[in-house]
Design a protein around this ligand. Structure first.
Ligand code: NAD
Length: 307
């Protein structure tokens, strides 16, 4: 098959692109390299640098494409609080531009990388797709609106759409910016350096951490799964882990003793997150295969930054 992946040079995009190329598909990747690194892509992926809102470029890249994976986005919840306009421009505007270009060219299906963040702080756990989302950050709002735009424009023009609500993905190659880094690689790096691990709140807040290979298997399945048009589907591990337990796992895996500080003055964010995977199992035959302990071990082993 022919694929276009936006955000292809990013953490999830590059793993997906390399996997599809390994399976023998034709893979085109688009990324503006704002955070992505094209060196993470195998030579079999045809990479183009560009913005996801550049419709003339999209018209060219979309020729003969069967399925588009839309992953290009700004991805930090705390950064989105500071720069909501940027998040709206890229995550919402970029999605609308892509959908327009797909309509113009005529593409069969789009798979959107949405986020478990759209649920917000809900008491009902595990989180099922039928719950009413209550986004709490501009990032989460942008992802929810991207879901609506994809489904609505897709419905109007006969493009099949699937939105995967990915929970906290982690693994080798995850982008580690100096400010607002994602928690898993940040803790791993701090522990390896013998630095301090700072947790917001009392550390009892839970997240559903899912290893990158499991996310990629769900993304791959979403390209061809039957009877998924218009659906949103959770992709997680189905297990909730508190920040305290994550810290213990990180210290066990690295074998290091780091200082741990709980900052009760800052909010730990959403209290609980655990994905219900019934729909993913039914529609995508999805079963997460790696525990957090195994995933952390693989991350250390496969990511040169942690050597
Ligand atoms: P990432 O930052 O590594 O990847 C995003 C990529 O998009 C980057 O390579 C970046 O350079 C590119 N990009 C940003 N703006 C662009 C633009 N205007 N035009 C073209 N490219 C642009 O992040 P990731 O973790 O790989 O996330 C990929 C997707 O999955 C995102 O849509 C994100 O919202 C979603 N997601 C990720 C997680 C997670 O835990 N990693 C969870 C839920 C959803």
């Amino acid at each position: 098959m022919n694929f276009l992946i936006t955000g292809a040079a990013g953490f999830l995009g590059s793993s997906l692109a390399n996997q599809l190329a390994r399976e023998g598909h034709q893979v085109r990747g688009l990324d503006d390299l704002s955070t992505g690194d094209p060196k993470s892509l195998s030579p079999d992926v045809h990479f183009t640098r560009g913005d996801v809102s550049d419709r003339p470029k999209l018209w060219t890249l979309l020729q003969e494409v069967d399925v588009v994976y839309h992953l290009a986005a700004r991805v930090s919840v705390p950064e989105s609080v500071l720069y909501p306009r940027d998040y709206n421009n890229v995550n919402v505007g970029g999605t609308v531009a892509l959908m327009e270009a797909m309509r113009d060219v005529g593409v069969r299906r789009v798979v959107l990388a949405s986020s478990g963040a759209v649920y917000g702080d809900l008491a009902d756990q595990p989180l099922t797709e039928s719950l009413t989302p209550a986004p709490r950050s501009p990032y989460a709002v942008s992802k929810l609106s991207a879901e609506y735009y994809v489904r609505t424009i897709g419905g109007l023009w006969g493009i099949e759409t699937v939105s995967l609500r990915i929970f906290n993905a982690y693994g080798p190659g995850q982008h580690l910016p100096a400010s607002h880094p994602p928690v898993v690689p940040h803790y791993l790096r701090q522990a390896l350096r013998g630095g301090t691990l700072v947790a917001h709140g009392d550390g009892s807040q839970t997240r559903d951490y899912v290893y990158v290979d499991d996310v990629v298997s769900a993304l791959v399945a979403a390209a061809t799964a039957p009877n998924v048009n218009g659906l949103v589907i959770n992709v997680g591990s189905g297990t909730e882990t508190s920040i305290k337990d994550l810290i213990n796992h990180v210290l066990d895996t690295t074998g290091n003793k780091a200082e741990v500080i709980y900052n009760a003055k800052t909010s730990g964010g959403v209290s609980r997150m655990r994905a219900d995977l019934t729909l993913a199992n039914q529609k995508l035959n999805y079963r997460p295969s790696l525990s957090l302990a195994d995933g952390l071990r693989l991350t250390l082993k496969r990511d040169a930054r942690f050597k």
